[in-house]
Design a protein around this ligand. Sequence first.
Ligand SMILES: Nc1ncnc2c1ncn2[C@@H]1O[C@H](COP(=O)(O)OP(=O)(O)O)[C@@H](O)[C@H]1O
Ligand SMILES: [Mg+2]
Length: 375
Amino acid sequence: MNSTVFAPWDDPQEKPLIRFRNVTKRFGDFTAIDNLSLDIYQREFFALLGPSGCGKTTMMRLLAGFDNPTEGRIELSGQNIVPVPPNKRAVNMMFQSYALFPHLSVWDNIAFGLRRDNMPKHDLADRVEEMLKLTRLEKFARRKPHQISGGQRQRVALARSLAKAPKLLLLDEPLGALDKKLRQDTQFELMDIQEKTGTTFVIVTHDQEEAMTVASRVAVMDEGKLIQVATPDRIYENPESVYVADFIGDVNIIEGRASAQGEDTYRIDWAEGQAPLLATSPRPFSDGDTCHLAIRPEKITISADRPEDAANAVQGKVHDIAYLGNLSTYHVELASGAIIKAQTANTRRISRRSFTWEDPVWLSWTATAGVLLAN
Ligand SMILES: Nc1ncnc2c1ncn2[C@@H]1O[C@H](COP(=O)(O)OP(=O)(O)O)[C@@H](O)[C@H]1O
Ligand SMILES: [Mg+2]
């Protein structure tokens, strides 16, 4: 790994590999992609995330050339690729079903596109061997797709997609057919292969954890628009909207009214009979503005006694406990009926459950633990 941080999007000198410029795609009078602009850089592992129907596959199809935009330009290395047919683009797409040829061996599946391009025999054999090695499939070269496991089939599809050395590989739900454990192993393999080949990957996934694991940047989409494009840690720690905070991971959203309380600090009046909350925010709010405090359950401490000097402390009783092996999530009901979730790590192997149903507890957090959002 290079020790310098990979962040070409922060470098104004850097030219993007892919550029969407005010791209709109309509199907009849339905707008699937809505005036969208986006830059993706070489060697990125870029993830598209969003609810079903938000336009992820349409974005991929536009990149692959299976569809053309109604308006706008799509550039690859500075050239408008809209008029370029799919087979003439340095772009390949790996489908969820893998679409392997069942009657061809692993070797011949990988060789298929190279043969169609009339690659000289010797070069072709070298290239297939290289791809087999990259995806650790050397031992399975002579097998047919039905004679190998699901994870191996996924690797064959990947090897075949990379054989022609595309500049851009599109992966639409590439791991959707694999079970959880295999999926996680395969995520690391994908990252490794992506790094070794230096290919730019754009992946669609409905699994937010997967996106957070593999991606250099994540785009959260809704209704044909980009809501936020940022690194996984920024998306998680600094969501710019309630939509993004809520889409990624577990979060408590507390709605209230803001009023200034010193520099970058706000007091939040949020419920009848509850003491106001305190939160810092670089985003300015005017007195009386509606605000939403987004706070992750793992940032909230649960205790039997009222903590001293906590910026925020609320009292409630344990309503529900979700035990997740190494973590426990407590759903705490406040007097108002609101539920706030707090998560603790179970450090001991057989942890003594500190709290049980109906226990009165305190929840506390610092003024910097959450993110204050307008909407
Ligand atoms: N060929 C098409 N004709 C009409 N509507 C389409 C077509 N392709 C996609 N759509 C619509 O565009 C929207 C986005 O679809 P899609 O990109 O497949 O979503 P996603 O992959 O995010 O689930 C959906 O509402 C879908 O019904
Ligand atoms: Mg889709």
